[in-house]
Ligand binder design. Structure first.
Ligand code: 4AD
Ligand code: MG
Length: 480
């Protein structure tokens, strides 16, 4: 691997080592310099070819996009782009790439827009930007597991196909094995799902929380980390139809403990990335700054990528109740020229991402945890406060992103939960197993969900969530 080998040489200062590496040609100039990348690092390995010593027909096959094996000696580089390069003694073309066809793809070495790259999502991982994003994404996954495992949480795999709507929001993709051209029908003409594969209506999960709660009630502290699906028709830069969520759930933990956990967890993973992804972060930081400079001044981020990471790591998250936040938002103008697009008039309204970002970026100037939301804008399972109108919910708000975490203390009282379900017309028969957790040894417990792609977006500075997952799913797109 290029990354490991170069690190070893720079550490030991021992050049002149023989090295053999497989990779893809990123560029080939002057019939002499191949920039080779094997995916291990943002840094290409410069391969220097003394072209007179090689078969000219073979040399012609070194084209952008081709897979090659290179053997040679690692020497100190004369150029100032890199410290190490390889003097090629032998090379072999492993897979050709026809230059005429390459020209028609995003592999051709020129600037392509992110939209264009999205159309060729299977090839975009061979660009510097996507290589960096996907390495950071992988390291972030590792950091997530590492945090929870070190803190004695158990990893639980909750079902992907479920019979319940965990959020009660009705935004689900149905899973069915019925012949939709000729489905079995009930007497009233509607589809009879009792004839379906599972004998009932099923869908892709929107959250593993409810099953996670059941497991926390036996394992104490658990976390899930898996794909979740939402059929909300949100064509925004923050929503995907398929995204990965991390959901810890802790027995005997109240909302304050939940906030402490979320803050500690987020700081850990961001520090991990700062320490373990330096080259990629530096590259993404430069990229972010260039992107921001191309925007009108008023829309530019005031912070660079590294500053944003430190903004989260070095600040205490400000904990503010929904009621306090509404007072702030009712009385403010976010900037001299622009008002909010959506003006909050009274207590009870849901916050939009422009309000969330205002609170973080302009008002408090630190990450914010909003808590105690009105009960009627939150899910049925949240713990009702003594005031009878707010619930022990918490959302964590980040600069540039808005909501990155949604969580709560859960309603542990069977009778209160049952009456809430009745009020919202949620069938007790559908969730009998969930209610059982409140019948047998119920206890105070809490958890949250962190949208993994929003975290990757924050760390990499990418403006659109579709660019931080390998093959994004969004309305009208399931090409790959
Ligand atoms: O706020 P949400 O809907 O909360 C839940 O699903 C809870 N059951 C979590 C829990 O308490 N265990 O979603 C949690 C987070 C959001 O804060 C956001 O980061 C992310 O999931 N998220 C999305 N990310 C990408 N695309 C979407 N469509 C998302 N919807 C939510
Ligand atoms: Mg939410």
């Amino acid at each position: 691997m290029i990354q490991a080998k170069i690190a070893e040489i720079l550490d030991s200062n021992q050049f002149l080592q023989e090295f053999e590496v497989n990779g893809w040609v990123r560029s080939f100039r002057s019939n002499r310099f191949i920039a080779l990348n094997d995916g291990s690092t943002i840094n290409n390995l410069q391969c220097v070819i003394d072209f007179e010593n090689f078969d000219q027909d073979e040399l012609k096959r070194i084209t952008v996009g081709a897979a090659v094996l290179v053997k040679g000696t690692l020497v100190e580089s004369q150029g100032n782009q890199q410290r190490v390069e390889i003097e090629v003694k032998e090379f072999k073309i492993l897979g050709d790439a026809n230059p005429e066809e390459v020209k028609l793809t995003i592999l051709s070495p020129k600037r392509h827009s992110l939209e264009k790259l999205r159309e060729q999502a299977h090839l975009r991982v061979r660009t510097n930007t996507f290589g960096a994003i996907m390495r950071v994404r992988s390291k972030l996954s590792f950091a997530v597991h590492s945090y929870f495992q070190q803190n004695n949480f158990h990893y639980v795999n909750t079902p992907i196909i479920t019979g319940s709507d965990a959020e009660g929001a009705g935004e689900m993709f149905r899973v069915s094995a019925l012949d939709m051209e000729n489905p079995p029908k009930k007497e009233d003409g509607s589809i009879d799902f009792s004839e379906d594969f599972f004998g009932k209506e099923t869908n892709l999960t929107v959250s593993g929380q409810l099953e996670g709660e059941a497991y926390a009630m036996g394992l104490g502290q658990i976390y899930t980390f898996g794909p979740t699906f939402r059929a909300e028709n949100s064509n925004t830069s923050r929503h995907l139809a398929e995204f990965w969520m991390i959901e810890p759930e802790v027995a005997f933990c109240d909302l304050d403990g939940n906030m402490d956990l979320a803050e500690d967890f987020i700081k850990y993973v961001l520090k991990y990335i700062l320490e373990n992804c330096q080259d990629d972060l530096e590259f993404l930081d430069k990229r972010f700054k260039t992107e921001e400079e191309s925007k009108p001044k008023a829309d530019r981020s005031e912070m660079g990528l590294m500053e944003k990471l430190h903004f989260v790591i070095d600040n205490n998250f400000k904990r503010v109740s929904y009621t306090e936040a509404i007072e702030i938002l009712k009385n403010c103008k976010p900037n001299k020229k622009k008002k909010f697009n959506y003006i909050i008039e009274e207590w009870g309204a849901d916050l939009q991402s422009e309000h969330e970002r205002f609170l973080v970026e302009k008002h408090f100037k630190c990450p914010v945890i909003l808590f105690d939301y009105p009960a009627n804008i939150k899910a049925f399972y949240m713990r009702l406060n003594e005031d009878g109108k707010t619930v022990r919910a918490m959302d964590i708000l980040f600069p540039g992103i808005g909501e990155i975490v949604g969580g709560s203390q859960r309603e542990e009282r069977l009778d209160v939960l049952q009456s809430k379900m009745k009020e919202l017309d949620i069938d007790e028969k559908e969730l009998w197993w969930y209610l059982d957790t409140r019948k047998f040894g119920t206890c105070v417990h809490s958890g949250f969900g962190l949208g993994f792609e929003r975290l990757v977006q924050f760390v990499t500075g990418m403006g659109n969530i579709r660019d931080v997952i390998p093959f994004p799913r969004f309305p009208g797109n399931a090409e790959f």
